[in-house]
Design a protein around this ligand. Structure first.
Ligand code: PLP
Length: 459
């Protein structure tokens, strides 16, 4: 390992890094990013990388977009801050809510703003609780999530998340959260089972969970159409159509977490459209502003909103809201990002590039390290396995995914290891030659990693 540069040393001396092996930082150092343009970012040494993850699945319009920068500057000049508490409003918050209502895949009446995806999902749970209290059924409070789901890191959002590292050491999940089975056919399908049979089994297992717990105790189920941080898990085609009637039958809301899926990523405006999900409410964040400012939102239909109005009339006020929820800078950027998605027809661009993305990803299943390629629009994942025939995983302590990602970085690209799944979520503005270059770098890294696996005897 080369000695740490001055800026790396200052970074690790003072910044507490999230999602980082803290005990190795003085060995690994950090990658300090200085600036970005288009799909490229540059570190403080001047090295260029294709940002194949859009940061954290969020910078869908890439870096340095002048229209977004102008919109931000204009908003900061006009009104850098105001809030929405106590019946105050701002023009950008109004305009963005109107746009979200227009775009929503189901009728939406109101938009509640937050500053992040975690806050949006926490808000969803509080709204579900408030709603059931409003209807006089205070026992209907549990929330179903799924194993491998990712819904954020606040105490409730981390509890909804179905991943070990988000629970271990934090005494989570809290009570009242149920984790249903993960609809990942490659990993959880049984020997000889078809995808249709697997889907029916997932639905039956959800029904059994609901009946075991008592439907009168369950308020909602939350689900990402494509599960992102859990490993880019794409549900079987009939999964959401199979589970929705079970939820309806038991009066359980379906909260659609569109934090990664939303805004053209899967080849439609919403992951719900691509994956036949009919939501009750929706959470959005990330590409909502193309990550140019933090913003999240919860989108609510009218019957639920009217129950809030009625209940609030009995309680006095609706007691929930964030200082920066609906920040005018975020909202102005949300309005501009949506305008850009529409006028540059980002949806058609994603659809046009998706076949190349799919072809190059599925081509990699020929590689000795790759067990499965998964994709939806321009989000994908490659699961690395020790044995392709038996799907046997590598021992996690070997860190094969992390090794591949560091080899990709050496070649000038950023992709994210989710355990031994390599995630890809390039800015949606990526051009064909840039996408091919990203895959070429990934392929080179996989070849080098295969040599390392063999040499170290990691199989
Ligand atoms: N929901 C999903 C599906 C996410 O992927 C994330 C973040 O990655 C969140 C919620 C949490 O969003 P945030 O990190 O903005 O709190």
């Amino acid at each position: 390992m080369p000695p740490l540069s001055n800026v790396q040393q200052r970074d690790i001396d003072s910044v507490f890094h999230p999602y980082t092996p803290l005990h190795k930082l003085s060995e690994t150092g950090t990658l300090v990013i200085d600036h970005g343009k288009g799909v490229f970012i540059y570190d403080t040494q001047g090295n260029e990388y294709i940002e194949g993850m859009s940061g954290l699945w969020c910078a869908g319009l890439g870096f340095g977009d002048e229209e977004l920068i102008d919109a931000a500057t204009e908003q900061l000049r006009a009104l850098p801050y105001y809030h929405l508490f106590a019946a105050r409003g701002t023009e950008p918050a109004i305009e963005l809510a109107e746009k979200l209502k227009e775009l929503a895949p189901v009728p939406i009446s109101k938009v509640f703003y937050t500053s992040s995806g975690s806050e949006a999902n926490d808000t969803q749970v509080k709204l579900a609780w408030y709603y059931n209290n409003a209807l006089g059924r205070p026992e209907k409070k549990k929330i179903i999530s799924r194993q491998k789901a990712y819904h954020g890191v606040t105490i409730m959002a981390a509890s909804l998340t179905g991943l070990g590292p988000n629970h271990k050491g934090f005494d989570l999940p809290v009570d009242g959260v149920l984790h249903a089975e993960c609809p990942h056919f490659y990993r959880n399908g049984l020997e000889g089972e078809t995808e249709e049979e697997f889907t029916a089994r997932m639905a039956n297992s959800l029904r059994a969970l609901i009946e075991r717990e008592g439907p009168e105790t369950i308020a909602a189920m939350i689900a990402e159409p494509v599960m992102g941080a859990g490993g880019v898990i794409v549900p079987p085609k009939g999964y959401f159509p199979a589970i929705k009637p079970i939820l309806d039958e038991h009066d359980i809301m379906l909260i659609d977490d569109e934090v990664i899926n939303g805004f053209c990523r899967t080849g439609n405006w919403w992951g719900a459209e691509t994956h036949d999900m009919v939501p009750t409410t929706m959470s959005v964040a990330k590409q909502l502003t193309s990550a140019y400012a933090p913003l999240g939102a919860v989108m609510v239909p009218d019957d639920i909103y009217q129950a809030f109005v009625d209940y609030t009339s009995r309680l006095g006020t609706f007691g929930h809201g964030f200082t920066y929820g609906g920040h005018p800078l975020g909202c102005a950027l949300g309005v501009k990002a949506i305008e850009i998605y529409q006028k540059r027809d980002i949806l058609s661009h994603v659809r046009a590039l998706a076949p190349l993305f799919e072809r190059r990803l599925t081509g990699l299943t020929e590689h000795p390290l790759v067990g499965e390629a998964r994709f939806s629009g321009l989000v994908g994942g490659l699961e690395l396995v020790a044995d392709k025939a038996t799907k046997r995983a590598f021992d996690p302590s070997h860190g094969v995914g992390a090794k591949v990602s560091s080899l990709i970085e050496k070649r000038g690209a950023i992709l994210r290891p989710l355990g031994d799944t390599i995630a890809m979520c390039p800015p949606m503005i990526i051009k064909e030659d840039e996408l091919n270059a990203l895959f070429d770098r990934l392929e080179g890294a996989l070849d080098e990693a295969e040599g390392w696996v063999e040499k170290e005897g990691l199989r």
